[in-house]
Design a protein around this ligand. Structure first.
Ligand code: NDP
Length: 451
């Protein structure tokens, strides 16, 4: 049996109760097969076995008091996966589904993604099963403070730099950073995604969505195509979805779908600039639900259905699909429906939104498919730029950060294609992203000896 299959089987036994982590390991490891022959030194030093094992996993209790004066208890996580190429870096997710399997898969993916950005950042992820939905600002603040009361001892500007993710936006980052600053008595770049007034970077809120659109533009260009006039399906209605929508609009595409965990809306005319302003107000100021969009504009609303279910059931034609909500949102059935409905490009704004079976369908049908670790890397790349600005004690202009983001996405796109070609999988973005991300981390681990 190959070393790759041995590692997959070991994780299968050892982490049998962690389906998302096992899925992420299988997805990455299987594409690394061509590296085994070229790098026997990785085999003898057990790099493949070591890279799937986190450096450390921290799990802690978060007691806090709600508005009724009742004590609530949540569980907190920080998985510091790999710091071979830089300080740990990766977001925090607050969502009731959060568990060790999800945080481990996200930290594992983050390790390769951060490597791809070409910036010196290791991989980590954290969060809690706390649900910010329906909580008052004061409750969210008290929770964030209780979370930081334990997290603070594990993070630091040169140690581990968290950021946002699902359920953690600028409000939560502000509360966490404010409390960290208070108890540590220091103002350093220990978190990214901060507000502009206290060390945040211009373009960081936009970066994941904008970067995703830049990446698709490059993918389409390889086939002499562009986004202009294309029909685009986006899932989610949060940070990534919002700015992917804005940039696709700017590049001339027509976005017709959005969703949250309760409903999907389909607006065949396109969610244009005026409607985008309404959406931003609805989701970010009023913290409303996406179904309210259908009361404002002539759109269809489908409760309790994902974007991908609706596309399949209604036979909606789309050219490009951008899953920007959560993991495993596109299964085989919905992947096949996308292919049947004419979709020729899928780029992942979310982390691992396609199941392994869905990815196979995309690849078997020559869909231009970009995995999240390449296509959504603009967010963490710009977080890296925020860290640089914090270290230099200065702020770059919007244009400066945006042009660096654009260049980083171009570099990632090129790295994916070059690595894919060098390892016998020409045009395969998944193999290219995994191998390019892996090689840098593996070579650094090799240089350190057995540590
Ligand atoms: P947000 O919390 O801002 O938005 C998430 C959106 O997805 C919300 O509209 C949410 O709906 C929806 N959603 C979440 N879970 C589900 C579900 N099970 N079914 C349907 N809709 C769902 O998060 P982000 O936009 O920041 O993150 C989205 C994805 O992008 C995640 O996979 C994240 O890991 C990834 N990502 C984010 C980056 C960033 O910079 N923010 C960087 C790279 C990747 P509801 O409000 O109902 O929960």
């Amino acid at each position: 049996m190959s070393i790759i299959q041995e590692v997959i089987e070991k994780i299968g036994r050892q982490d049998a109760d962690q389906p998302e982590f096992r899925q992420a390991v299988k997805e990455v490891m299987e594409t690394l097969e061509p590296t085994v022959k070229k790098h026997p030194e990785f085999v003898t030093t057990k790099i493949y076995e070591r890279i799937v094992e986190p450096d450390r996993m921290i799990i802690f209790r978060i007691p806090w008091v709600d508005d009724k004066g009742e004590v609530q208890v949540n569980r907190g996580f920080r998985v510091q996966f790999n710091n071979a190429i830089g300080p740990y870096k990766g977001g925090l997710r607050f969502h009731p589904s959060v568990n060790l399997s999800i945080i481990k898969f996200l930290g594992f993916e983050q390790t390769f993604k951060n490597s791809l950005t070409t910036l010196p950042m290791g991989g980590a992820k954290g969060g809690s099963d706390f649900d910010p939905k329906g909580k008052s600002d004061n409750e969210v603040m008290r929770f964030c403070q209780a979370f930081t009361r334990e997290l603070f001892r594990h993070i630091g500007a040169d140690t581990d730099v968290p950021a946002g993710d699902i359920g953690v936006g600028q409000r939560e980052v502000g509360y966490i950073y404010g409390y960290y600053k208070k108890i540590m008595n220091e103002h350093t770049g220990v978190l990214t995604g901060k507000g502009l007034e206290y060390g945040g970077s211009l373009i960081r809120p936009e970066a994941t969505g904008y970067g995703l659109a830049y990446f698709i533009a490059d993918m389409l260009a390889t086939q002499g195509k562009n986004i202009k006039g294309k029909v685009v399906a986006i899932s989610g209605a949060g940070n990534v979805a919002q700015y992917a929508l804005e940039k696709v609009n700017q590049l001339g595409g027509r976005v017709i779908t959005l969703c949250d965990s309760n409903a999907t809306i389909v607006d065949e005319e396109g969610i244009c600039t005026e409607k985008f302003a309404y959406l931003m107000d609805l989701k970010n100021v009023h913290r409303g639900r996406i179904k309210e969009y259908a009361n404002q504009y002539p759109a269809e609303c489908y409760e309790s259905k994902s974007v991908w279910d609706v596309i399949r059931e209604k036979g909606i034609k789309v050219d490009i699909a951008l899953p920007c909500a959560t993991q495993n949102e596109i299964d085989a059935q919905n992947a096949q429906a996308l292919v049947n409905n004419g979709c020729f490009c899928v780029a992942e704004g979310a982390n691992m939104p396609s199941t392994l079976e869905a990815i196979k369908i995309f690849q078997d049908h020559n869909v231009l498919y970009a995995p999240g670790k390449a296509a959504n890397a603009g967010g963490v790349a710009t977080s890296g730029l925020e860290m640089t600005q914090n270290s230099l004690k200065l702020s770059w202009s919007r244009e400066e950060v945006d042009s660096r983001l654009l260049q980083i996405m171009k570099n990632i796109h090129r790295e994916c294609l070059d690595a894919a070609e060098a390892y016998g999988a020409k045009g395969n973005y998944l193999t290219g992203a995994n191998i390019a991300g892996f090689l840098k981390v593996a070579k650094a681990m090799l240089a350190y000896g057995i540590v």
